[in-house]
Design a protein around this ligand. Structure first.
Ligand code: HEC
Length: 280
């Protein structure tokens, strides 16, 4: 029995080795075909603005925003996203910004969580332990609300309020983090994102410190990510790129996460918001 298994295994290994030897170009081609197929699918989703599955999450986010929830049994409709309590339209276009009541600069997601905690009295510890969805799982509540909030600035240009002292400090910190090499691979964000036309396999890597390229992509977040079939938020994107660098886990809403987002949005200033976007 054991012998049969190991023989079968040996045969499989031999077949795999043969495929690896003879099949390499075929694999590459298949990969390319998959990419082209995905690109066609993305194109189809883009051509029909109502086909973006992320709009369902934006709707869910709107319901969550309006619903009386948490120990305090109130909605988020008094949450101040920067333009006054309850004002959602256009608020995302002016984030990140400094919030006097919290004493810090916040991006949309960090602010939403802050409101859930302070207004609704929701305990955020469980969320903070696992803030991002696994592949195939829907974006969590904070991300759904962020999708709703971002969508309500669609078509507006980014005009973040980062020109005061705390804002400028945050952008400077983000820039330093962006360029700082660290971790076991000695990578910085700039290693992958500070040149035009770079790719990892077939994925294009935008030159994020270049205003033109930042303007083209930053406003698409939160975005529906086809390959993981859920909405991915900017906090999740930062977390994932830090993971790719094998850095310690980037904490949701941490100063480092907000600084990186502030830096990216500062570079994207003037670019149009097209959220939720669609990514590979
Ligand atoms: C090892 C290379 C690598 C490093 C280092 C890296 N990234 Fe990325 N980044 C990627 C790849 C690959 C993608 C595309 C991911 C995907 O689509 O699955 C990406 C995507 C992004 C995007 C979305 C771009 C778009 O098209 O909208 C942003 C924003 C981003 N990275 C920011 C960062 C930041 C900030 C850092 C540093 C904390 C960083 N990245 C470090 C490889 C990297």
């Amino acid at each position: 029995m054991r012998k049969t298994t190991s023989m079968a295994l040996a045969a499989t290994l031999a077949a795999t080795a043969a495929l690896a030897l003879w099949g390499a170009p075929t694999f590459a081609q298949t990969d390319e075909e998959t990419q082209r197929g995905l690109e066609r699918f993305r194109q189809m989703l883009r051509e029909d603005p109502w086909a973006n599955p992320a709009l369902l999450d934006a709707d869910r986010g709107e319901d969550l925003w309006r619903e009386a929830r948490g120990p305090n049994g109130v909605s988020l409709e008094t949450c101040d996203l920067g333009l006054g309590p309850g004002v959602v339209d256009g608020a995302f276009a002016q984030l990140p910004r400094y919030f006097e009541d919290a004493g810090r600069v916040m991006d949309a997601e960090t602010r939403i969580l802050w409101c859930m905690e302070t207004i609704q009295g929701i305990d955020t510890a469980a969320f903070l332990a696992r803030p991002h969805p696994g592949g195939g799982a829907p974006v969590k509540e904070v991300g759904a609300i962020a999708t709703f909030v971002a969508n309500r600035s669609e078509g507006m240009d980014f005009a973040p309020r980062l020109d005061d002292e705390p804002g400028r400090e945050m952008v400077a910190l983000g820039e330093a983090l962006f360029n700082r090499r660290s971790g076991p691979f000695d990578f910085s964000c700039a290693t992958c994102h500070a040149e035009s036309g770079q790719r990892i396999r077939l994925q294009e890597l935008p030159h994020l410190s270049d205003p033109e390229e930042a303007q083209a992509v930053v406003g698409e977040w939160p975005a529906y990510r086809i390959s993981s079939t859920h909405v991915m938020t900017m906090q999740h994107r930062m977390y994932d790129c830090y993971w790719q660098m094998r850095m310690p886990q980037l904490l949701f809403g941490s100063e480092a996460s907000v600084a990186l987002i502030a830096f990216l949005v500062d570079r994207a200033e003037g670019g149009a918001i097209a959220a939720p976007g669609i990514k590979r």
